[in-house]
Design a protein. Sequence first.
Length: 1122
Amino acid sequence: MNIVKASAGSGKTFSLAGKYLILLFSRQDRYAYRHILAVTFTNKATDEMKTRIMKELFVLATDPGHSDYIGYFIPGYGSGSDDVDPKDIIRELPGKPGRKITLESLADSAMDMLCNMLHDYSAFAVSTIDRFFQQTLRAFSREIGQFSSYQVELDKDSLVAESVDRVLDALTEEDSILLEWLTGSVMEQIEQGGRYNLERSLVTIAKRLKSDEHRSLVEKFGIDEGKVYSRKNLSKIRAACGRTIRDFEDSVKDSAKALLDLLDSAGVSPSDFNRGFMKALLYYTEPGHGDVIEPPSASFMTKARDHGQWFAKSKEKTYKSAVWPLIESPLEDFCNLFGKDYSIYRTALILKGQLYGLGVSADLYREFNALMKEKNVLSIDDSNTILKDIIDGSDAPFVYEKTGVRYDNFLLDEFQDTSRIQWENFRPLLQNSESQGFDNLIVGDVKQSIYRWRGSDWNLLDTEVRTEFIEAAEKTLDTNYRSCRNIIAFNNAFFPVAASILDRQYGEQSGRSISDIYSDVRQKMPPKPKGEGEIRMMFCDRELEAEKVLSTVNMLRERGVEYEEMAVLVRNNVSGAEIAAYLIDNDVPVLTDDSLKVKSSATVRRLVSLLSYADNPADAVNGFLARSLDISVPGNCHSLPDLCEALLRGLREADPEVFDGEVLYIQSFMDAVQDYVAVNGNGLHEFLSHWAESDPAISSPSSGDSLRIMTIHKSKGLAFRYVIFPYVETVTLFKPDSRWCRPDLSGTPLGDAADGLYDVKLSSKSDMTLFSGDYRKELKMQYVDNINTVYVAFTRAVKGMYLIAEAPSDKFRGSLAGGGDVVFSDFSQILYGFAESVSGHSGEIPSAFDADGHKSPDTDMMPDLPRFEYGKEEDGTSVYYAGSISCGMDKPSNERNAVMKVRTGYPSWPLNPLPDEGGETVAGERGRLKFSTDSADFFSEEGLAGAEASGRLKGIVLHEILSRVESHDDLGDAVRLSVMSGDLDEDGGREAFALLSERIASVESRGWFMRAVADAARTGVPGYAGAACSGDQDAAPVPVRIRREVSLIDTDGSIVRPDRVIEYSDGRVLVIDYKFGHREAGAERKYRRQVARYADIWRRTGHVNVSAVLWYVADGEIIEVV
């Protein structure tokens, strides 16, 4: 097992591709790729990995001396060979054991491997992790009780919501227990909050119950949900919570009342105490109904425990001696109530608020499972769990036997994003591979783990893999090949400081600190650095940040930077929408995630409105839209897609310019319609409800000079020449969030609840509950999440990074300058302190930023942090800047990506293989794969289809009819055959018969057809009547033989096929070529050369008197060629 820790820009893809090549060539197997599985997390990353591997293999096959991986095959050859690990060197090539590797033999083996992989591409196993698991699970469809045709449902939330609907819809008076339970839930929530939505509440708890987090903890603690969440058990817990709450509230009320009675008996008023602090007791004697009792203030607790602070000096002699002995002990008892007893009380309140929702879990699970069975679908999250159960109970060979493939080597990319259940599914396969001596690779970076919200667990990469595979070799990639010098230096300095601040603010902790996690953050420069690079940090008023983005964009444009070279990264979509709106208003072309949403299309929104009107004709608003567009809803559509297509034709007529500009969105919408109909049927109302909940997007265009705006999460894995990151303050250090928790309730009145899991919103108030340990854990996890988010944002830049943040408050600046303990709430504050320290603007470095080594490089290859200058703009914006950029430097080259000739591997007709200069057999121009672009011929703007939709397609059909006509009498049968085959409908058949009858009659005197057309009624073709031919047949030349569509082979081996060749009794030969379009000068020259060639071939067969004509059938024109 090899573990590679790859910081941003450190050549992770290079390492992955190199490892794949090593595995590919290190076995005496020309098909080794069939037993290597490379896994990553997105389709885009999969495509990039496949492309990189094939590209590098191609370079080895065509020019191995210039391959970046030549050192793996010929040590010492080329640059970079000194860095090759000796154990990775390949000693012999597949199929060539014992032979020394040369450039020629390597190229030959690489080409052989490349051709094998191209011709067996489906076995080239580079896949997303979900795709691999789904392929594996499908092999066990029988074991899991599903039809093999089941579909994977990605939108689990819609299944959950429908399950809740089914639970509520199925309620009857016979379900008295469930009905009573839900009624109790509603009444309790109304009493506490006044407003309550039962369905929304159930959907929320149902989604949380079906989460990976909940499922993982249930398995970890071995919880029997059926028992723990039974309504009987939850009723007991609810009773215990109620008693605990009442007992505590009564104790507090009684204690406060007793203290006030004692004071009254001593003739002392609460107001007589220092600053009247004892008046706080009045609140506890009559707490509001349903109000949560809050603890006394810190000031009250301090004074209550120090009787020296009870009274002012002027009153101390009067009251102290009388009051102190009287209330000292009762007051201490009152204060002690707000210790552990208060934590139990607050915990009981939390538990009680969740019990009703948990009590419906069995009903929700039942309906959810039934729904999946009915729809023949599996939720993608549930499928991971099912697969885990299968793999846990089976050995790897059995899994491989069921799937029909066997993998010996595994390459796992982006491992920091792996969830625990995914790891548990992969671990047995890796263990089997390791036990058989095969090599495997895990690549990741804890610092880039930003997907914990969807289940990723960075602890797997950080510690657990090494624990599981003790002998694993670990390597850290510590050179940044992406960014310029100043950007590398900035990140080398900033993140150790930020990690140290978070550790200090978190306080005492067990396990690895954040500084430990970021111990490998400092990176070296490559031997050939990209350049200097520029950094600007701007601090301004919040409302000026969008303006600063625009001014930065304009500054870069003035320096010659293209829009497509820039990216604006934001923490969330709200910030992105603000920036996008501002830039669009100022004529900056932008591309955003929101602009890629299908619902952003005007045509799609209009179509949905028309569908809504069709569903509800009483809808006045959508009815007005239909009338304003002059579109009527058709009533004869047989399916939902048909209805959509009919309405789309109307929308195109109403606004063709908008329609044509939104084709991608329309296609995506129609795909969504087809997908829905395939699973759920043609219900219009149901589809509209589904559409309201869905939010599909089209794929992002890869080109075009537009500035890209995207979230930091979407930017992961990408690089941009110039990164602008506004609203840095939106990356907060902590935000209250819900987590499943299992509190330690031993020794408390809540012991009955000890076996359950509870969905708790963790915040600073959780310190006052028995969930304080969970809060501390979540606090650290969010610290890591958010510093990782900033790390991903700061490491996307290649040449320029421009950070824009809200200026800190005067209070914060004062505390920072004061040198005491500073409490940070977001990363803009940390960035501001860092900017002050590296610029020296304030004179002194705040103590919080005095991190060891952040200004000095560890090695000669680590860049020095530049000196930052300080400036202030007219609007008060503080600017800290360093470095510069040189535009035009390091422009991307497409040279390595150019299409080149590839050996076909097995030359065969009709590829027409051609030898190149080196004797290799390559596919020539005529043998290359070509894609048909004829699909547009089948649909017209008027909604017609088939031959009626396209003049070109109609000409082909008429051409085929004439190819079947030798004599005039054959026309009726020829037309009837086209009608029967579906090429023409009845009306089209009659039109074709009329046209061709007329044209055949017009050439009757030329003798192109054998004899006059008989009465069409005799042919048995209904509707094709009224022969158009008459005249003197005897005056026409007499054909001896008519050849239709007969192939001729020329001397160069090419095949030609004239439409009609007529041999006459006098020895003449006439070559006729039909054309059904209109005459065009350019095309006609081509047609003349074509038919002249046909005539020339006939002359070479021994015929002397050969002529040729072009016959424009539709126009009735005949052109003599030769």
